[in-house]
Design a protein around this ligand. Structure first.
Ligand SMILES: [Zn+2]
Length: 167
């Protein structure tokens, strides 16, 4: 049975013309409702494309054809400005305080499944905030990134890219 998905569009977005080359995963630290609230506030200047609650419910916050403001200074695939070409998907909560829930992982796989082939994604187009902003950001917990990467790789095939940065 598919997970529920709601939409709460954030004003923190743009421009249009997102490249959708892959996905940058985050944890939001705040809970689901508090994170949605923060992303409705223009003053926060932050947004994800999608937020996944502990029970697997997803909230769409920014249309995927538009840039969301989630990465900040970052580098991946030999490029800077990851916001321009990576969709931002966040798990509600803090992966250092609690592991990703089973429904969160399953919901992420369901979200990926709808996009993986149409957008030509592969395992080396998947990353997290810690890896693209080393020394500045710590999400995800490396243990939880490994769990997520193994789940994605198990579902869609392909090996996990070797990390470019030490943990
Ligand atoms: Zn992050």
């Amino acid at each position: 049975m598919p997970f529920q998905e709601i939409e709460r569009l954030s004003p923190n977005r743009g421009p249009a013309g997102h490249e959708r080359l892959g996905v940058l995963f985050h944890h939001s630290k705040l809970g689901f409702a508090a994170t949605i609230g923060r992303m409705q506030d223009p003053a926060s200047q932050v947004s994800y494309h999608c937020l996944i609650d502990l029970d697997g419910t997803r909230c769409a916050l920014v249309p995927e054809t538009e840039v969301a403001w989630h990465a900040g200074a970052s580098q991946f695939l030999g490029r800077t400005r990851c916001n321009d070409f990576l969709l931002g998907v966040a798990f509600a909560g803090d992966t250092y305080a609690a592991p990703l829930s089973g429904p969160q992982l399953a919901s992420a796989l369901e979200w990926l499944a709808a996009r993986w082939s149409p957008l030509g994604w592969s395992m080396d187009r998947m990353t997290d905030h810690r890896q693209v902003s080393p020394g500045r950001k710590v999400d995800l917990n490396p243990v939880e990134w490994d769990r997520l990467a193994a789940a994605i790789s198990g579902e869609f095939g392909g090996s996990v890219a070797a990390g470019s940065f030490p943990d």
